[in-house]
Every structure is written in structure tokens, then in C-alpha cells.
Design a protein around this ligand. Structure first.
Ligand SMILES: Nc1ncnc2c1ncn2[C@@H]1O[C@H](COP(=O)(O)OP(=O)(O)OP(=O)(O)O)[C@@H](O)[C@H]1O
Length: 341
């Protein structure tokens, strides 16, 4: 697969002597795919996106867009478009004129501008709003217009910085699906920044987990979820019980941490058992109803385990939880790094 974007050893320091905001970032975004940068607030996601867009200079490192070195090129010469969290529409222009604007700047003939604007508007379900002004739209509709405007020029690379974070959960859900549909229809490459793990899981072909200016792990979301490289990733993408491994107690503390996702636990006796199953027993301390299922909080001495099951039990009951061995992860307690398994 060809890379639409290659980031090579990019670092960024805003002020001399201060720590690096980005520390040796290397990644590729595959052509025609969605690559998501996932990380907590302040980890450097937006700075990285702004460097790719050319709005910020890297302190060192290189950027290639479709194998062309763009490190020193102005934003307009990079063939990228960007969608921000806030909408940034022209208030005095209709939806149609807003969407057509980048094509007008590129001197595309009026008839073709209209056809192409109508095309993207149809995919984003806003064709009936073409004659309205931005002030006459809801937040979700405005963001749809913003996305159409960014994509209408068919940029080689579309950068999206938390485009859905200002919207309510239901709209976010809808727009997630529509962005993926639009991307598949147009075939653009998207670099998408978010701190929302659901967005990263559902939309990306590749997810890049950032932490404190560094890449913690990158790969297809299902692979990262199934084999998190560290305790940090394990907890950031989904949930995971992280407890001292019971059988490797050493002088001076526990060398290993064992990780099991709550949904990978079952109640003993409700599933076929295997000899090497991971088994813990404890007292039911709390039961959280989620809807279809529950989180049981089971205490074994100092240690608390959470299990996501569709069963109920009285508080105080003795519960035995079982997980199959291939769902048990081990990490180095000190560094948090995954042990080779
Ligand atoms: N122009 C700047 N000058 C100095 N420091 C900056 C500048 N821009 C960003 N920073 C710092 O760089 C760090 C990373 O910021 P950045 O906006 O890239 O993080 P982020 O992961 O996108 O966070 P958020 O999700 O909150 O937007 C922060 O500590 C921020 O204060």
C-alpha cells in the first residue's frame, strides 16, 4: 500500500530549553485510508496536524506527501485541506457557495463547481440546505458543510482536528458513519485527530496512540485492542483490569502486572472450562447496571476485579471469575510495557 503521508523523525520545541512537545514522531498514513491520531489532551496531536498542514514548522524531521518532500512548502502548495473543531464557514455565503468556494479559488468553471458541490452534499445529506446561510443551520449541519467544503477539492490529504467534538453524541455517531462513507466514495486519505476512543475504533484503518509527544503504539484498531503494547494503551483503548500478577510475587514488589478486559471474564460454570484458565474468586462488592449487561466488582483481598457479564448476583456473594488464557495479558510493572507473549 502506498503512503500518502510520511512523517519522519519529527520533533517540535516551541521555546529553547523547554521539553519537546513532539519527540521523534515517525508514521505513515496509507493512501485512501483513515489514520487516526488518538491521545489525551495536551499530548501534541494538534501540533502534529498543524505541522503536516504547514501551519507550524517542525524543529527537526521531514514530511513527505505522496513521496514529495513538503517540509519547506507553504500550506497552499501541499495539496491538503483541514477541518477544525469549529466550523469556520463564511457567514454571508449560502451553503452552496461555501462548498464551492475552494473550487472557485482553483478557477474551476461554474457548472462543474455546482456538480461537484452537489455530489458531496448528497453524500453528507445536506442537498436540501444548499440555499441557506450558515446562521440558519444546526451545529451538525454546519459541520457537514465544513466537511463538504474540505473534500470538494479532492485534496490528496484531508486533516481533521476533532471535527465532531462540539456535537452531541447522537449526531457524532451519525457523522462518524457519514465521514467514513464520504471518504470511501471519494477515496481521499484522512488524518484524523481525536481523544475519543470510540471514534478511533470505529473510523480508523490505522490508529496511532500518542502519549506525551511520543507514539505509544500504531496499527489496525482491532490489533491494537487485542494486543496493547503497554498498560497505557490497554486502558486508553477500551477497559482493562490491571492487577499484580498473583504468581510472580518477588521481594520488593510485583514484577508483572496481569491485564484482563472486563468483557473477557465469565462466571465459572457458565462456559466450558480449560485447564489453563485464569481463575479468581472473591466477594461481590458492587454491581453496576449498564443496560444489556452489568459490571460486577469482585474483591479478592486487596485486589478488585471488574467483570462485564449479563448476570446478576446478590452483593456479598462469593463469585468465581474465569478468563481463557489467550485473553490474559502481561506487562512489566515498572515500565508498563507488554511482556513478549
Ligand atoms: N504555539 C505554542 N506555543 C507554545 N506551546 C504550545 C503552542 N501550541 C501548543 N503548545 C503546547 O504544546 C502541547 C501540546 O498541545 P496540542 O494542542 O498539540 O495538544 P493536543 O493533544 O492537540 O491537545 P487537545 O486535545 O487539548 O487539543 C501543550 O502543552 C501546549 O500547551
Amino acid at each position: 500500500m502506498s503512503a500518502a503521508l510520511t512523517v519522519q523523525s519529527v520533533t517540535k520545541t516551541f521555546r529553547p530549553g523547554e521539553p519537546r512537545i513532539l519527540d521523534d514522531i515517525t508514521l505513515t498514513a496509507d493512501a485512501g485510508r483513515i489514520t487516526t491520531i488518538l491521545g489525551e489532551s495536551g499530548c501534541g496531536k494538534t501540533t502534529l496536524l498543524r505541522i503536516v498542514a504547514g501551519l507550524e514548522e517542525p524543529s527537526s524531521g521531514r514530511l513527505l506527501i505522496a513521496d514529495r518532500d513538503v517540509t519547506r512548502l507553504a500550506p497552499v502548495d501541499r495539496d491538503v485541506a483541514m477541518v477544525f473543531q469549529t466550523f469556520g464557514l463564511y457567514p454571508a455565503k449560502t451553503v452552496a457557495k461555501n462548498i464551492e468556494f475552494p473550487l472557485k479559488m482553483a478557477k474551476v468553471a461554474p457548472a462543474e463547481r455546482r456538480t461537484r458541490a452537489a455530489e458531496v452534499a448528497a453524500i453528507m445529506h445536506i442537498e436540501h440546505l444548499m440555499n441557506r446561510l450558515p446562521a440558519e443551520l444546526s451545529g451538525g449541519q454546519r459541520q457537514r458543510v465544513g466537511i463538504c467544503r474540505a473534500l470538494v477539492r479532492r485534496p490528496r490529504l484531508l486533516l481533521m482536528d476533532e471535527p465532531l467534538s462540539a456535537l452531541d453524541p447522537k449526531l457524532r455517531n451519525e457523522l462518524r458513519t457519514e465521514i467514513v462513507a464520504l471518504q470511501r466514495a471519494i477515496g481521499s486519505t484522512i488524518l484524523y485527530v481525536t481523544h475519543d476512543q470510540t471514534e478511533a475504533m470505529t473510523m480508523s484503518d490505522t490508529v496511532v496512540v500518542m502519549r506525551g509527544g511520543r507514539i505509544e503504539q500504531a496499527g489496525p484498531p482491532d490489533k491494537v485492542f487485542a494486543r496493547p503494547a503497554s498498560t497505557y494503551v490497554a486502558e486508553f483503548l477500551g477497559n482493562m483490569n490491571l492487577n499484580p500478577a498473583p504468581d510472580v510475587e518477588r521481594a520488593g514488589g510485583y514484577a508483572e502486572t496481569v491485564g484482563i478486559r472486563p468483557e473477557h471474564f465469565g462466571l465459572a460454570g457458565t462456559r466450558p472450562a480449560a485447564e489453563d484458565d485464569f481463575v479468581v474468586s472473591g466477594r461481590l462488592e458492587r454491581c453496576e447496571l449498564l443496560g444489556a449487561d452489568r459490571i460486577l466488582h469482585v474483591r479478592a483481598g486487596e485486589i478488585l476485579w471488574r467483570a462485564r457479564v449479563d448476570a446478576d448476583a446478590p452483593i456479598g456473594d462469593e463469585i468465581t471469575l474465569v478468563a481463557s488464557r489467550d485473553q490474559v495479558h502481561t506487562f512489566d510493572t515498572e515500565t508498563g510495557a507488554r511482556r513478549a507473549t
